[in-house]
Ligand binder design. Structure first.
Ligand code: DAH
Length: 343
């Protein structure tokens, strides 16, 4: 009897091992563990045995049953695993950890500037990236045939032969277009801020990119004066770059403002003493600004005698580079996570 049990066990192990699938395994299980199976047969034959025999065979038969159950379970588990592997799914693999995104440094700068100007009563708007010559140039008092247009070198989407002069579509070369878009739709008083991508066909190097970001702001009301421009931008530069920051206004020319200025802040790296970043000048140029040219009001149908206002524009990349000490503009656009993870 003991030999018989041993043989049954060996035979069973072989058959379990060679089972190819769940159905095959089930056949083997029924053969051994089924109600009329070989193991059940031995167990029920215990009844007709002598006490002595029972004592020897009983435990062997019982442990055979227990082992057999475990062997079948284990094989079933292995078959299931192979099946999912064949189907390309392995549930035992560790899960993919979701990557946590973060805010791009340029967007961070835009958000920060927005917050400051919202505190000063400004409203944030969007303006199209695809524009026409009218919005990008003419309405901003940049004549179509004027050399000042070269400053805003532009990507055109239409060829000049096929389009009426002045109506060619283009990728905006500055965000000053937002001034016209809003003035055309709304009446003063206005306090508006708009930022986004601008495009210029520049060769790419450490300080140039064919696409970069600008922020445009303007304020129009009754009796807005140059001192208001100064006050608002001084408040901005102190909040953005620290309370010690000084400002310097230099006369400049922009067609859409009169008078126009370029604005420098005291170098945020050396505090004005002179260093590599400010080229030993102690000052950093960060803004163009001025009082909105009456010609712009005429174009949008405002009475230049009734309203006055100022406008300003700044480069987001430049401010972000100064703020974090970044020395190559291309880093913003290469999507290198080693760079982006630092912000
Ligand atoms: N649009 C100018 C540029 O792209 C920047 C600028 C200068 C905007 C003076 C203004 C301004 O609103 O008043 O270089």
């Amino acid at each position: 009897m003991e030999d018989k049990i041993k043989n049954i066990e060996n035979e069973m192990l072989k058959e379990v091992e060679s089972a190819k699938n769940r159905d095959g395994l089930e056949q083997v299980r029924i053969k051994y563990l089924g109600r009329k199976g070989l193991i059940s047969e031995i167990l029920s034959s215990l009844g007709g045995m002598s006490v002595e025999e029972k004592r020897k065979v009983g435990p062997l038969a019982n442990s055979l049953k227990i082992n057999a159950t475990a062997v079948f379970q284990e094989k079933a588990r292995r078959l299931e695993k192979e099946k999912t592997k064949e189907e390309g799914i392995d549930f035992t693999l560790p899960g993919a950890r979701p990557e946590i995104g973060r805010i791009h440094p340029l967007i961070k700068t835009i958000n920060e500037i927005n917050e400051i100007f919202i505190g000063l009563g400004f409203r944030i708007v969007e303006s199209p990236e695809i524009e026409t010559e009218f919005y990008n140039f003419k309405a901003l008092n940049i004549p179509l045939d004027h050399p000042s247009r070269d400053v805003f070198d532009t990507f055109y989407l239409d060829s000049p032969e096929k389009t009426r002069p002045g109506s060619r579509r283009l990728l905006r070369s500055h965000t000053s277009t937002a001034q016209i878009r809003i003035m055309e739709k709304e009446k003063p008083p206005l306090q508006v801020l708009s930022s986004g991508r601008v495009f210029r066909p520049d060769a790419v190097d450490a300080s140039h990119s064919f696409m970069f970001h600008q922020m445009e702001g303007f304020m129009i009301n009754k009796n807005i004066r140059f001192s208001d421009l100064k006050g608002v931008l001084t408040q901005f530069s102190r909040e953005m770059f620290g309370p010690e920051t000084k400002m310097r206004f230099r006369p400049h020319f922009f067609p859409f403002t009169e008078p126009s200025v370029e604005i420098d802040i005291s170098c945020i790296i050396c505090g004005g003493k002179g260093c590599r970043v400010c080229g030993n000048k102690g000052w950093l140029e960060i803004l163009g600004a001025g009082m909105i040219n009456p010609k712009v009001y005429e174009t949008v149908g405002y009475d230049p005698k009734a309203w006055s206002g100022f406008a300003f524009g700044m480069g987001i990349e430049r401010i972000t580079m100064l703020k974090y000490g970044i020395d190559d503009i291309r880093l913003f656009f290469e999507n290198d996570l080693r760079f982006l993870r630092q912000f």
